[in-house]
Design a protein around this ligand. Structure first.
Ligand code: BG6
Length: 495
């Protein structure tokens, strides 16, 4: 069922999982709760050992206490069950490892039985600056065999060169097939649903091109601000934090050709073609095709919030908002703009893809005074999952004063349609795929590097053109220039 790059058989599920950064924020909020959910649903084998590692000097019990606390805080109430939690915690082991010192991995090797030929999954959710020494340590400990898979959490570098350096360090120990780069958006059910919508229905594909589509908008808006992530976020900014990865992956899924099958090679081959077809936004176009912003004080959901510089405690040139007008230069998408925007401290939290179709070629209702609007397809990814197809319908009446047509949504609420299903968080899917060895929903090196190449050119363009983030009040849709970016083309953002 699963395409493997060489046509080889599907790998064996891992019998041990090593979690680097096991006491960190991501582990507590996402990884441990996800593993618990997989355990509770018996989706991971009873024999799978989970070994947490971090720098702190803890024993198994102390780590279990941290994990128990994390489950208590982050698990939804309906998933909590004392007996199941106890059994899950019982699976956990802990080994203190200083990831910056490759010679200190001996105790880890001993604890996990590194010499044994067991299928192993490793998840690095540490700072990327530690990836190199961690991989050297894993190699020294013999944890680099053909049956090992390694998952890498973002950020994978801050530009093409640093990303390539990380990829090279990983490639020194693991093949591309063993390397699972995480973009948690690909683990979201709704994002996978995009493929179902596009390729599970006959309806859309004939129109899914420059002939049928006027433009595409992708918005990922957040209400949160810095959230205490000062050391990570400042100097990174919205372009590198969100657009380089999650949003370009969404764009690739919207724009790609139909893959031959839902398998790792087919899907990723098609995505990378799109990413390589992105028209560079460079010094000549940076100022006209992109807008950056930084939030000042304002109010979100009726609550007063400070500005970015106040949260940070100093002035900064980091953008907390970015909007770009992108083009995919290929036959299918010639001339179709893709407007992308993302930002922090915007009015609400939502992620959506908005596709505006072209007008009908001729309106038969014009002589009767009716105004037609073009069809739109709105795919809401979060917080709630829905698909709406806006279609023209006639208002009821005898039309003595002309025909009135109105836009009416054909609504498909996936939350309602699949009401009996538990909504899983992205990491459940990704961890299970890593454990089972299915790389379809992970990002291949050529994709990540194509993403960086495009983003680096934008940043160079900003530097050359002196583009600085424009202020916007928290709780608004970014600087007014972001509105002008689309309005110049006669397009309004869908808010
Ligand atoms: C992360 C970014 O990758 O994605 C964060 O680093 C951002 O800044 C987060 O808040 C958004 O993820 P989600 O799943 O909440 O949309």
């Amino acid at each position: 069922m699963i395409e493997t790059p060489s046509g080889a058989a599907r790998p064996l599920p891992a019998t041990r999982l090593l979690l680097f950064g096991a006491t960190g924020d991501l582990s507590k909020r996402m990884l441990l709760p996800s593993l618990y959910a997989l355990h509770a649903e018996k989706l991971i084998a009873p024999g799978l050992r989970i070994v947490g590692t971090a720098r702190s000097d803890l024993d198994d019990d102390a780590f279990r206490a941290i994990a128990g606390q994390a489950l208590d805080t982050y698990l939804p109430a309906d998933l909590k069950d004392d007996e199941t939690i106890a059994a899950f915690l019982d699976r956990l082991r802990y080994v203190a490892v200083d990831a910056s010192d490759p010679t200190g991995f001996a105790s880890l090797a001993e604890a996990v039985g590194a010499g044994e030929e067991q299928p192993t999954a490793i998840y690095l959710s540490t700072a990327p600056s530690l990836f190199g020494s961690t991989i050297a340590g894993l190699q020294a400990a013999g944890l680099d065999g053909a049956n090992v898979r390694i998952g890498l959490e973002k950020p994978l570098g801050h530009d093409l060169a640093s990303s390539a350096a990380i990829n090279d360090a990983v490639a020194a120990a693991y093949t591309e097939e063993q390397t699972f780069r995480i973009d948690h958006y690909l683990g979201k059910e709704t994002v996978q649903n995009l493929l179902a919508l596009r390729f599970g229905n006959r309806l859309f594909e004939p129109l899914w091109n420059a002939e049928g589509i006027d433009h595409v908008q992708i918005t990922v808006s957040e209400t949160v601000g810095l959230e205490g992530r000062v050391s990570y976020y400042d100097g990174v900014g919205a372009l590198r934090d969100m657009l380089q990865n999650h949003m370009l992956q969404l764009l690739a899924l919207v724009a790609m050709e139909a893959p031959a099958r839902f398998g790792p090679r087919s899907v990723r081959d098609e995505k990378v073609k799109v990413l390589r077809s992105l028209r560079p936004i460079d010094r000549a176009t940076a100022a006209t095709h992109s807008v950056t912003g930084q939030y000042g004080e304002g109010a979100v959901a009726g609550k007063a919030v400070p500005g970015y510089a106040d949260e940070l405690g100093r002035a900064s040139a980091t953008e907390t908002f970015v909007a770009v007008k992108a083009h995919v230069d290929n036959w299918r998408w010639a001339g179709v703009p893709f407007y992308l925007r993302t930002g922090k401290r915007l009015p609400n939290r939502h992620s959506e893809i908005y596709i505006q179709f072209r007008q009908v070629p001729h309106s038969i209702f014009g002589s009767r005074g009716a105004v037609l609007q073009s069809n739109k397809l709105l795919i809401r990814l979060q917080p709630e999952e829905s698909i709406s197809l806006y279609t023209m319908a006639k208002e009821p009446g005898l039309d003595r004063e002309g025909i009135r047509l109105r836009e009416v949504p054909l609504d498909l609420s996936l939350t309602t349609a699949f009401a009996g299903f538990r909504r899983r968080i992205a990491y459940e899917r990704l961890l299970l795929d890593l454990i089972e060895g299915d790389p379809t929903l992970f990002v291949r090196r050529d994709e990540v590097e194509a993403q960086w190449q495009w983003v680096d050119a934008i940043r160079d363009g900003w530097a050359a053109a002196g583009v600085q983030p424009r202020p916007y009040a928290a709780g608004t849709w970014g600087p007014s220039a972001a509105i002008a970016l689309t309005e110049r083309d006669g397009v309004s953002w869908h808010d």
